[in-house]
Ligand binder design. Structure first.
Ligand code: FAD
Length: 566
C-alpha cells in the first residue's frame, strides 16, 4: 500500500508483476529499488488512546509521511466536561461523543484504527501488545510495531484501596459510568416509591453520597440537586422531602484548587441549597448500605452513614499496564510517566507520553521555576519587589498551575510564608530572595505530584504541540532520534511544551457557575453560566456534537429533564 501512496504510476507495475508470478512483489521491489531509495519509508506512529490528548494529536497531525495506527478500547472521543450533565439527563450521552473514524476521515494522513486495548509496551523492541475489545467476539491478541509511540491512555479512578469502593460505588469517568448513574438515580426514586418500604428505608435509598469535593464531585452534586429540585420533586411528590445529598471531602474545603472566593461561595451556596457538605470527613470503608468515615475534626472518630447511592470521585490513578511500563524503564513509585519538556518519556527513545498518564519531570520544572525567579531579579540583587514577586507567581501559576497552587497554599511552608509576607503587605516594598533556598523548598514538592493539572485543557494542548513537532519532524529525519538537540549548538530543534492556562469553571447549579480566569480573575453567577455554555459549545469536537449539545440544552429549558430509565 505504500507503493500506492508514494508512486501512483508504479502501482500498475506492481499489479502486473504480482499477477504474472508469485515472486512479483519481490521483483517489483528490485525494479523500483532506486526510486524507493529516494522516497523515505513512512514512519510508523502508534497512538494509544482516543481521549483528549490522542484525538488532539491526530486532529493536528498533517504530515502524510506517517503511517498511523491508533489503538483504543473505544471507537469514539468523549467530551468529558459534559459527563456530569449526562448523569442527570441534561445532555444525552450520544451528544457528547464523536466516532473517531469521523475525525480521521477528512485527514490526508494514513490512519488505521483498532478497537483494542494495549496490554503491554515493550519499548526495548518497539512493540505494543494489544487485545481486541469487540464484544461478542473472541478477544483477539495482536502485536504492533512502531517507530514512534504516543501514549495517551489517560488514567483510571483512584480508590486509595479503600475497602468496598470498587464493589459499591459508582464512578464518573466514562460515558457508560454517567449513563449508569442516571439509571441508578431514577431507580432509587422508583424503589423509594414502593409501598412496602419503611420511612427509614426510603430515607436511606434517597440519600445520595458523593465522595470527593473536587470539580467533578461538586459539579455532580450541583447537577443532581438541580435534577431533584427542578424535575423529580414534581414527579415524585410523596417522597420529595426524604431526599438528601451529602458531599464528603477529606480536606478542609471543597474546590480547594480554586480561588478562596470560589471555595467560600460554593460552600455557602451548597449549604443554602440543603446539600450537606461534610469537610474533614475521610471515607475509610463502604459497604452495600453504609459509608464509614473518619472525622478528622473529631479526633479521628469513625461514623457510619446509611446511603442509597454513592459516587466516588476522589482523583485519578495509574493504569496497571502503565505501572508495568514505568517499572520496565525504572520509573517506579510515581503516579504518572515522567517526560521531559518535549513530552519524551525519560529513559526511552521515540516514546512520548501526554495527558493524564504523564507528568513533566520534577527536576526540570524546578530548574525552570528557579530560572523564572532569577530572570525576574534583573539587577541580580537577590531581592524582588512585591510587584515583581507577584508577577513571578502569576507566571508560575500559568505554566505550572499545580506548583502555583502549592505556593499559594500552606502545604509548602517556606514559600507560603514568603508569599504571605509579600502579598497584601503594602508596607514592605521588597522581599529577600535566595535561589538556593527556593530550590530546597521546591524539592520538598512531593514526587507523586503532577506538575500540570489532569485536565482536558492540558491534554489537548499537549496533543496539538506534539502534532506540530511531528509535522516538522520530516526535516529532521536524517537524525534518527527525532527531535533532539541541534548538533553542537546545544539548542533543541523544537521549543519545549509550554502550557497556557485559559482558566477553569466550576458549575454550581441553579444556572450559576464560578469561573477562574487567567490573572486570578474570578466571576461567579449567572453571567459565568452563559460564558460556560458558550465555551463548552465552542469547544465541541464537531459541528454535529455542537448542534446536538445546544439542542439538548434547549430541550431541557423547554421540557425539563427526561426521567425515564432508558
Ligand atoms: P482520556 O481523555 O481519559 O483518554 C484516554 C484514552 O485512552 C481513552 O480513549 C481510553 O479509551 C484510552 N485507553 C484506556 N486504556 C487504554 C489501553 N489500555 N490501551 C489503549 N487505549 C486506552 N478537564 C477539563 O479541562 N475541564 C473540565 O471541565 C473537565 N471535566 C471533567 C469531568 C469529568 C466527569 C471527568 C472524568 C474529567 C473531566 N476533566 C475535565 C478532565 C479531563 O477529562 C481529562 O483530564 C482528560 O480526559 C485527559 O485526557 P487524556 O487524553 O489524557 O485521557
Amino acid at each position: 500500500s505504500r507503493a500506492f501512496h508514494d508512486h501512483g504510476s508504479n502501482f500498475k507495475l506492481l499489479i502486473l508483476c504480482t499477477t504474472l508470478s508469485g515472486g512479483g512483489v519481490l521483483a517489483y521491489g528490485e525494479a523500483v529499488g532506486a526510486s524507493e531509495a529516494a522516497v523515505p519509508e513512512k514512519k510508523k506512529v502508534v497512538v494509544l488512546g482516543t481521549g483528549w490528548a490522542g484525538t488532539s494529536f491526530l486532529k493536528n497531525l498533517n504530515n502524510p509521511r506517517y503511517e498511523v495506527h491508533v489503538v483504543s478500547p473505544r471507537n469514539y472521543f468523549a467530551f468529558t466536561p459534559l459527563l456530569p450533565s449526562v448523569t442527570c439527563g441534561t445532555v444525552e450521552a450520544r451528544s457528547i461523543v464523536e466516532p473517531v473514524r469521523n475525525i480521521f476521515r477528512k485527514k490526508m494522513v494514513d490512519i488505521q484504527f483498532s478497537e483494542a486495548e494495549c496490554l503491554k509496551i515493550d519499548s526495548a523492541n518497539r512493540k505494543v501488545y494489544c487485545r481486541s475489545n469487540i464484544s461478542n467476539n473472541e478477544k483477539e491478541e495482536f502485536v504492533v510495531d512502531y517507530d514512534y509511540l504516543i501514549i495517551a491512555v489517560g488514567a483510571n479512578v483512584n480508590t486509595f484501596n479503600t475497602p468496598g469502593v470498587t464493589e459499591n460505588c459508582h464512578f464518573l469517568k466514562e460515558v457508560e459510568d454517567a449513563q449508569k448513574i442516571r439509571r441508578t438515580v431514577i431507580d432509587c426514586f422508583e424503589r423509594a416509591s414502593l409501598p412496602s418500604l419503611s420511612e427509614e428505608e426510603k430515607k436511606r435509598i434517597l440519600h445520595f453520597a458523593i465522595v470527593g469535593g473536587g470539580p467533578t464531585g461538586v459539579e455532580f452534586a450541583a447537577s443532581l440537586h438541580d435534577f431533584v429540585t427542578e424535575d423529580l420533586v414534581n414527579l415524585y411528590p410523596g417522597i420529595k422531602d426524604l431526599v438528601k445529598i451529602t458531599l464528603l471531602e477529606a480536606g478542609d474545603h471543597i474546590l480547594s484548587m480554586f480561588d478562596k472566593r470560589i471555595t467560600t461561595f460554593a460552600e455557602d451556596k451548597f449549604r443554602r441549597d440543603g446539600i450537606d457538605v461534610k469537610t474533614g470527613s475521610m471515607v475509610v470503608k463502604v459497604s452495600d448500605k453504609e459509608i464509614s468515615t473518619k472525622e478528622m475534626k473529631n479526633g479521628g472518630e469513625i461514623t457510619t452513614i446509611p446511603y442509597g447511592m454513592a459516587v466516588w470521585s476522589t482523583g485519578i490513578g495509574t493504569r496497571p499496564f502503565i505501572k508495568d511500563f514505568m517499572s520496565q524503564i525504572g520509573q517506579t513509585n510515581r503516579r504518572a510517566i515522567a517526560t521531559d519538556e518535549w513530552l519524551r518519556v525519560e529513559s526511552t527513545s521515540n516514546v512520548y507520553a501526554l495527558g493524564d498518564c504523564a507528568t513533566i519531570n520534577q527536576r526540570k520544572v524546578m530548574e525552570d521555576i528557579a530560572a523564572i525567579f532569577k530572570k525576574a531579579d534583573k539587577d541580580n540583587s537577590g531581592t524582588l519587589t512585591v510587584k515583581e514577586f507577584q508577577e513571578v507567581l502569576d507566571d508560575i501559576c500559568e505554566r505550572y498551575p499545580q506548583v502555583g497552587l502549592y505556593l499559594k497554599s500552606n502545604q509548602m511552608h517556606d514559600l507560603a510564608d514568603l508569599l504571605k509576607e509579600s502579598k497584601g503587605d503594602v508596607e514592605k516594598e521588597s522581599i529577600e530572595l535566595n535561589i538556593e533556598e527556593l530550590k530546597t523548598a521546591l524539592s520538598k514538592v512531593d514526587s507523586q505530584m503532577k506538575f500540570l493539572p489532569a485536565t482536558a485543557q492540558v491534554a489537548s494542548q499537549q496533543g496539538t504541540y506534539l502534532a506540530q513537532c511531528f509535522n516538522r519532524m520530516e526535516e529532521c529525519e536524517k537524525n534518527p532520534e527525532g527531535p533532539i538537540r541541534f548538533r553542537g549548538e546545544g539548542r533543541h530543534r523544537f521549543k519545549p511544551f509550554r502550557y497556557k492556562h485559559l482558566g477553569q469553571f466550576a458549575p454550581l447549579g441553579g444556572e450559576q457557575t464560578a469561573a477562574q480566569l487567567p490573572g486570578d480573575w474570578v466571576s461567579i453567577g449567572h453571567s459565568s453560566q452563559w460564558l460556560w455554555y458558550s465555551v463548552y459549545a465552542s469547544k465541541q469536537v464537531s459541528w454535529r456534537t455542537r448542534a446536538l449539545v445546544v439542542s439538548d440544552w434547549t430541550r431541557r429549558f423547554i421540557f425539563g429533564r427526561d426521567s425515564s430509565q432508558i
